[in-house]
Design a protein around this ligand. Structure first.
Ligand code: FE2
Length: 376
């Protein structure tokens, strides 16, 4: 009996040692933060939130924080050469550097993860200004990507110390994007299980779903994927690795152009995907298109859904069902010149899965794009 209680206690401790409250923000290192902020405001409907740069006492870089509901993006550009940010952009092009996670205690999060084998990126630090304090710490993950742990319970400012509130007259309306549903990492050949183990051992995540190359392959390209979820389920990180196919895997194309491992896509949640995607399209966001034959027999495949088929077909929105409900999803084309980072727009209606039923149609669409780039 005592042993049972002890092992139950262990399980609880194992799940709870790193309670994450969700994604705090996603930071991109980009060649021109001013223009990138304009793009995400104009095309994706973010609002100006905060700015850091020479005017706020930050001498070597500028950062624009933008927000839409619970989604916060930070766009950062270095002002000088020969520094880590400039090197990151030189190597990877525009891409995601930081997946910041909200915690109750940034010191404890760093202590727990580094004790379990994580490599420190930033020792715990407390930043102050007149609006209070934010504690930050960080660890390294795949490639040059990092997790920052953000503790902001004692802060009332716009974003964080070092930033001033950024007020603009140009504020395009929201597109209805709400929060980060999941962030997918692309890792190298045979590296997926290493990173699955990292998220299990170092961060207390669980592997909730696995897809092998049988599930995720077309005639040509293939990949494998495992979905990692935080103990409380608020944060999900699927990890992809390339698999052998007749031609080059889409993950391999990413690794070639990003020059290493990194974030492949961020899935953004909406409560009304038809409305959100209609607005995004009108504002110039480009989406992958599946053939219209995808919609033949769709209702037979996924069962009854609340939405009319016609707008889904017109916009190219995909539907998939699992035991708990269904989901609607669509993927943008890469948002920079290199075929690297893209976004997924997702609306969940009960389903907790990731659209396995759409992989084939989707990957054929990706392969058509790869073929146009000469990378198959
Ligand atoms: Fe996804």
């Amino acid at each position: 009996m005592d042993t049972m209680i002890a092992s139950k206690k262990n399980v609880v401790e194992q799940i709870d040692f790193l309670p994450l409250q969700g994604t705090d923000y996603v930071e991109f290192y980009v060649g021109n933060a001013k223009q990138a902020a304009h793009f995400y405001k104009t095309a994706f409907g973010f609002q100006s939130l905060a700015y850091a740069g020479p005017e706020t006492g930050v001498k070597d870089k500028v950062s624009y924080a933008i927000r839409q509901h619970k989604l916060t993006f930070v766009l950062t550009t270095p002002l000088k050469k020969d520094n880590a940010i400039a090197e990151h952009i030189n190597k990877h092009g525009d891409g995601i550097k930081v997946l910041a996670l909200r915690v109750d205690d940034a010191y404890l999060a760093w202590h727990q993860t580094t004790n379990r084998g994580a490599i420190s990126y930033m020792r715990p630090e407390v930043l102050h200004d007149e609006d209070g304090e934010v504690a930050i710490s960080g660890i390294q993950i795949y490639g040059d990507t990092v997790h920052l742990f953000i503790e902001r319970k004692n802060y009332n400012g716009a974003f964080m110390p070092g930033y001033a509130e950024w007020k603009t007259e140009y504020n395009p309306i929201s597109t209805g994007l709400k929060y980060v549903d999941h962030c997918v990492g692309n890792v190298g050949w045979n590296q997926m299980n290493k990173w699955v183990k990292f998220y299990e051992d170092v961060m207390g995540f669980r592997n909730i779903l696995s897809f092998d190359d049988e599930d995720i392959s077309t005639e040509y390209s293939a990949l494998m994927s495992k979905v990692m979820s935080s103990g409380n389920g608020y944060v999900k990180f699927p990890i992809n690795e390339p698999a052998k196919g007749k031609k080059k895997s889409q993950v391999e194309e990413y690794l070639d152009f990003y020059n290493g491992e990194g974030v492949q896509h961020v899935a953004l949640s909406t409560d009304n995907i038809i409305e959100t995607v209609s607005i995004l399209k009108n504002r110039g966001v480009e989406f992958l298109k599946v053939p219209s034959t995808y919609y033949n027999g769709l209702i037979d495949r996924v069962g009854k859904i609340d939405e009319y088929l016609e707008p889904l077909k017109e916009l190219g929105i995909l539907v998939d069902r699992d035991d708990e409900g269904y989901l609607l999803q669509i993927f943008t084309k890469p948002v920079e010149d290199r075929p690297t980072l893209f976004f997924e727009i997702i609306q969940r209606k009960g389903a907790k899965s990731f659209g396995k039923g759409n992989f084939k149609a989707l990957f054929e669409a990706i392969e058509r794009e790869q073929g146009l780039r000469g990378n198959l």
